[in-house]
Ligand binder design. Structure first.
Ligand code: PLP
Length: 379
């Protein structure tokens, strides 16, 4: 039996998207593929809401995080890395891996970044080349206000690099309006395509920095200049995952058909129902109230309950939810409600959670599924 994926990625892939992959594989240098490839990029640009150059990379989201850093920094360059969880930390690790200097602005996991803190560091520290932030910190279920931080960063020379890997197509992202210089995403989350592709946008301000780095460039596969050169011919520099491009094209078509505003509203509605349902049962939410993500909900395991809960959900009910990462392992669980997730998936998850919690001896306070239904009927 198919598992119900309630993970914060990979998410449920619609059958139309899966079927799109079943078309014959064609040559990646053919005119026919070039048209599909270019059309996929045009659609992705619409979802990013940008006029900036946009590229698709065969690789997971981390490939474009890596690309964002390797193309702009040289040894010793300073990058302000805003850290609200595991993926913010990843940006700092990438900076250090290229011998850059990560200036870490760290917050407690579950919290969000404050624009005034970013401003303070940018005022104090000279020559910060870029600021990195994760829009939706999947590891904690908390989101950052990338619009507000963007308003701060735009007044400095630093480039604004944003990870929208678990928000693009689910939460509101507007690359141009938020002054984002480099924005990265992945195929397997809110876009509801299979894993294996990543997207990246590059502003004029970013190109100026990239062009200046020419003589000290590091890396090969993720060299943005090669992607730009080949895109002029509607191609990718290396063999792209042809059939995954078919899938992404279809998935983006579905996003645009639903409309970004509608999609964000749907995610908001599901998040509210999920949170209310969990709280009704007596489960404490993990992320701070003002920081709560609309694509993934994190919750604390009640006393005496641990990842056994996820095991029962998976083995008995075929519903897959995520656990905590790093120091939150065994302390929290996370329910992804992103992509094409709808009411029935939320209600099924909450019902089975109730059963699994009861089996583990937890005294349910109220019916989570009833509460979620009530919330959904009002929104
Ligand atoms: N950034 C965020 C916010 C994520 O949620 C993830 C994956 O969960 C990543 C980065 C890494 O993406 P990938 O596993 O596709 O490389």
């Amino acid at each position: 039996m198919d598992k119900l994926l309630m993970l914060p990625g990979p998410t449920i892939v619609p059958s139309e998207v899966l079927l799109a992959m079943a078309k014959p594989t064609i040559g990646h240098r053919s005119k026919e593929f070039g048209e599909i490839f270019y059309d996929t990029i045009e659609k992705l640009k619409k979802v990013f809401i940008t006029e900036n150059d946009t590229f698709i990379v065969t690789g997971s989201g981390t490939a474009t995080m890596d690309m964002a850093i390797s193309n702009i920094i040289k040894k010793g360059d300073k990058v302000l890395t805003i850290i609200t969880g595991n993926f913010g930390e990843r940006f700092a690790n990438i900076v250090e891996s290229y011998k850059g200097k990560a200036i870490k602005l760290e917050y407690e996991w579950g919290d969000l970044a404050k624009p005034e803190d970013v401003k303070e560091i940018l005022d104090k520290e000279e020559d910060i080349k870029a600021v990195t932030i994760v829009h939706n910190e999947t590891s904690t279920g908390a989101r950052n206000y990338i619009d507000k931080i963007g308003k701060v960063v735009k007044d400095y020379d630093a480039l604004y690099i944003v990870d929208t890997i678990s928000s693009l197509g689910g939460d509101y992202v507007n690359v141009d309006k938020f002054h984002i210089d480099i924005c990265v995403t992945g195929s397997q989350k809110c876009l509801a395509a299979p894993p294996g592709l990543a997207g990246i946008t590059v502003s004029e301000k970013a190109w100026e920095v990239i062009n200046k780095n020419e003589n000290e460039k590091v890396g090969f596969y993720l060299d943005l200049k090669a992607y730009k050169k080949y895109l002029e011919k509607k191609q990718n520099p290396y063999t792209p995952a042809v059939n995954l491009i078919y899938a992404l094209n279809k998935a983006l078509e579905l996003v645009l058909e639903e409309g970004i505003e509608n999609r964000v509203k749907r995610h908001e509605r599901l998040a509210k129902a999920t949170r209310a349902g969990l709280e009704e049962m007596g489960i404490e939410l993990f992320a701070k109230e003002e920081a709560r993500s609309i694509t993934v909900t994190s919750a604390k395991y009640p006393n005496g309950i641990d990842d056994k809960l996820r095991e029962i959900m998976n083995k008995k009910y075929n519903i897959v939810i995520a656990g905590g990462q790093k120091h939150l392992s065994g302390k929290i669980f996370r329910i992804g409600h992103m992509g094409i997730c709808g009411e029935k998936e939320i209600l099924a998850t909450l019902s089975c959670l109730e059963l699994a919690l009861k089996e583990l001896g937890f005294n349910i306070e109220g019916s989570g599924v009833e509460k979620a239904k009530e919330i959904l009927s009002k929104l």
